[in-house]
Design a protein around this ligand. Structure first.
Ligand code: SF4
Length: 346
């Protein structure tokens, strides 16, 4: 990550890891399957909280089988960080406000260096080190906290550092990351902390992340939401798209629906959304409610569907290619989508 590498989308597992009976535990298989589905949607890194030693063993089994890099998130006990590094994790995240004394950070860094594991120093506006928590300017306090940890790591010649400076206010996130990027060469993981439920969280993250990404700041992002990991990943992909850093995939255009609609665009979009995001083809799909505006407004789409009275129309590049009963819409649309993807692959 960092440098010229594309910006990656990250999410965080939202439940405690169970104590698996072994590598054939079906609960482990189901976690790995969900991670694989997140990967299909565009997730490239997944982080797990590791609150105690029993969670470390479970994390180790997940890290062994995960199709994407696994990050261990450690808050209070540096010994958990040390033990995590006995497993094939890709990164360790520590919060200096919670991990405590410098010697503990040094112990973690010594082992990380030995194992070739990067450390993310996760500075969070809500859990700054005690002596900085009362500073009037949260941005300066966060930067001071980052600087302090960087000095410790650099004094050990440890350079495999990722920094995150997360706050709740988008403007503060922008200011902190811009300032950090002007002072240090280290890659930044971007996000807004405690961003809120789906709508508020996406808006707040977009407001903070798009301006930063457009300036080339940010190596990884996580859109933290009080919602599912899948929504976090989709929001992350859309934010990258808004910042002009689009990953390969489907761009969805769908109308909001109004009194002219004869097709339930909301239901169709919900049913298809995950399939679209999991499609590895650069195409635009339109889902429109009526013929009055539908195909015209979405003529730039590679493939679209729109309501037309009791029927639905499928169109390509603005031209109608099929009229179908609404009840056959999914089947017909799948056929046309398969054809389009096959053509694009040639
Ligand atoms: S495409 Fe038709 S149904 Fe959808 S918002 Fe526009 S006019 Fe309304």
């Amino acid at each position: 990550m960092g440098g010229d590498w594309p910006v990656s989308v990250q999410t965080m597992w939202k439940d405690p890891l169970p104590a698996f009976s072994g590598s054939d535990d079906p609960r482990l298989a189901s976690i790995i399957e969900r991670i694989a589905n997140l990967q299909k949607l565009g997730c490239q890194i997944i982080r797990f909280a590791v609150p105690d030693m029993s969670a470390v063993e479970s994390l180790g089994l997940v890290a062994d089988l995960s199709p994407i890099p696994v990050v261990a998130d450690i808050h209070f006990d540096w010994r958990i960080a040390l033990r995590c590094m006995d497993f094939p994790i890709a990164k360790i995240r520590i919060n200096p406000g919670n991990i405590g004394a410098e010697w503990k950070v040094r112990e973690v860094a010594t082992k990380a260096m030995d194992k070739g594991i990067p450390i993310r120093v996760g500075i969070n506006g809500g859990s700054l080190p005690k002596d900085l928590a009362q500073e009037p300017d949260i941005v300066e306090a966060a930067l001071a906290a980052a600087e302090r940890e960087i000095e410790v790591l650099e004094s050990m010649r440890f350079g495999d550092i990722v920094i995150s400076l997360k706050m709740n206010e988008p403007d503060e996130v922008v200011r902190a990351n811009e300032e950090f990027a002007s002072r240090y060469p280290y890659p930044l993981h971007l996000g807004v902390t405690e961003a809120g439920p789906l709508v508020a969280g996406v808006v707040r993250n977009t407001a903070a992340l798009v301006p930063l990404l457009k300036k080339g700041i940010g190596a990884t992002i996580r859109v933290s939401l009080s919602d599912s990991m899948e929504q976090e990943v989709l929001a992350g992909k859309e934010i990258l798209g808004c910042a002009g850093k689009s990953l390969r995939g489907v761009r969805i255009v769908s109308c909001p629906r109004c009194g002219r609609a004869s097709f339930d665009t909301h239901a169709f979009t919900s049913r298809w959304m995950h399939r679209f995001y999991a499609t590895d083809a650069d195409i635009t799909i339109a889902i429109m409610g009526c013929v009055v505006n539908g195909p015209g407004e979405a003529r730039h789409a590679d493939l679209g569907i729109t309501g037309a009275g009791n029927s639905a129309l499928i169109f390509r590049d603005g031209k109608i290619i099929r009229r179908i009963d609404v009840c056959d819409a999914d089947k017909a649309f799948q056929e046309e989508l398969d054809k389009l993807i096959e053509e694009k692959a040639k």
